[in-house]
Design a protein around this ligand. Sequence first.
Ligand code: HEM
Length: 261
Amino acid sequence: MQARADVIAGVGLKDKPRKSRWPARMDLAQSVTGLLLGLFMWGHMFFVSSILLGKDAMWTVTKMFEGYFLFGRPYPVLVSFVVAAVIALFVLHALLALRKFPANYRQYRAFSAHRRLIRHGDTTLWWVQFMTGFALFFLASPHLFQMLVHPGLIGPFESADRVWSGGWWPLYLVLLFAVELHGGIGLYRLAVKWGWLQGADADASRRRLAVAKWTLTAFFLVLGLATLAAYMKIGYEHRDRAGERYVPARVQPAPVGGGGQ
Ligand code: HEM
């Protein structure tokens, strides 16, 4: 009997609200993972858009990541390591974001009514970030898995064939808008939250940040759309030879040997 009373007392003690550092730590972890993913996406967009400079330029970038210029032969598994790190960040970031999701329909209705009532720009941005973040769960996962298990199938023909003949372009089109809106809003909110680039006048700083955010989003959307169009065009022109690997003229073996063109 006494033991039971002790247990009940123990539970009571444990249930008392305690000051925990975990909510703050989780908030920081969410900011850090978001920042790293945002920076990765900037780099990713520049590397992927190398196709706009020509097939050889994109081939060179691809081979650089495979360690070709360092080891004399390509090791696509190096790309898988990078993808695995990105997946880890992505999963952690998404897991931490779940805390902020409305837990039931009542909460969702309450937030929606509140958002409509106050019509506050940054609150609406949070909503867009929440919706695009939810979409990213489903849109980014197939792409990440593809890159993880087939790192050797990245290249001017390989990527273009996937985009066109493989039918991936509709996914990329939606993914592009979701990720650019989500990332742009996320970086803006980070800057506001942690007081980056804040001058003496907080309102003026926030207006400047908002302009910078939309400029960056517009820039990456235009770059992304032009890049996607380039892969679609190459893929379309190459549709009859889909599956053939790209090898630049300068590294092609002598005419007797095999290899793509
Ligand atoms: C959260 C993570 C990621 C997101 C949201 C994402 C998003 C995208 C988007 C939107 C495109 C289409 C490009 C365009 O429209 O211009 C794309 C293409 C591409 N991405 Fe990613 N990406 C992610 C991670 C990665 C990783 C980790 C890699 C590999 C290292 C990668 C490699 C590529 C490649 C090579 C393409 C060109 C098309 C293809 O080969 O299928 N991405 N990505």
